[in-house]
Write a protein that binds this ligand. Sequence first.
Ligand SMILES: [Zn+2]
Length: 464
Amino acid sequence: MRMQVPQLFLPDLLYADGRSRRAEGLLVGENGRVLGIGVPESTDRVDLVRLPGKALLPGLANAHSHSFQRLFRGRAEGRASGGETFWTWREQMYRAANFVSPTELFGVARATFLEMICAGITVVGEFHYLHNDRDGTPYADPNTLAREVIRAAESVGIRICLLRTAYLRAGFGLKKHPGQQRFYEECDAYLRNLEDLAGEFKEQGQVSVGVAPHSIRAVPLADLERIAAFAQGRALPMHMHISEQPAENEACIAEYGTTPVELLAAKGLLNKRSTLVHAIHLSEREFEHVAEAGSTICSCPTTERNLGDGIFPADLAAKLGIPVAFGTDSQAQIDILEDARQSEYHLRLAQRERGILDGIHGRPIADRLLHSASGCGYQALGLSGGGLAPGDAADFFTIDLEDIASLGTDEESLAAQVVFGSGRSAIRDVAVAGRFVLKDGRHPLAAEIASRYREVQRRYVSGR
Ligand SMILES: [Zn+2]
């Protein structure tokens, strides 16, 4: 149902446009965008939505997700089940990738997206590389699986940017890997399928499409240049895994004689629509290249610590002015606020100091982390939002100020309480484009989504 008059959301505390406010509301137009902040002199001509005892904040952006990986959460932590290294973990991931039918993928993605909504996430960048049937042949519609993921997002009500991924080879000089059968396409076919999907979802409300060469390892340079030109020509966001593991750098040096970011910079493949995912093992000069190009880095601290990848130098990125977004990646945990606080905490442990990210370029630590958790993610996905400034998408979440975890929160402490203290347990409502998707902790489809997920999980565990 379309709203006839602007809505005025009136919480006790509002965090918008980078600062906390008391007794101010968020005015949202019928197009689902923010009209302004404040309280009009008369509330006669607005649909007043009072949110007593709550604080309202910009919706969180999950800029890097592989939704199907939720299927083996809690099943790859021990050493016998792929727990030793990133590379053994990957074998467990192939098992999940090769298991799901299109309908099962829909079921898993819906549960994953619902969990995101419950964590205050209003947009997901789904880095999607499952394309083929289980035996490696393309479906009659090569975008079958991408469409299932999009349909799952629409069903749950989360905004999605489907980052259609090119996975063209196992690696430099390597034979095709049987675990990757569902990923492979030829470059021509990839571009054709991407163009079809991007054309279909152009300017479609809460769905958009982006470009994602998987990694330097999986996409040879000549193809990468074609894919980057495609993204550039259509002004689409382009995401790529970079330097998550030192072995990726070594393989790149063996093939091209230089490291991944040096290669991208030398070929002019970085720009303000590029997002580099992980970017852990970079030299200072490589970070400078990223800054000069205006590219974003998507850091995934909860996954990176789970996989033993290393610590992202968020302090260096901040000093260079690189926008840093966050992603839940492997879904080991779905909690962008946890990603935000861990990006600081990892540095505290490594440097044995506190407040590492505080005050860089004059920005208080909690404001910086909230901006990363929201605005930088929206920007990385090519969307305007994440700040609740006029013109932004009215995507937001609320926290319950009466929740035991958030007692004592006031205007001054709101941002830091949400990032470091109350966290996701206090999240109550989530709205996308000004419409509630989660209300008082409840989603209308939750029971059905959970029961279908359990059914898929049972088949996955029992091997059908
Ligand atoms: Zn990833």
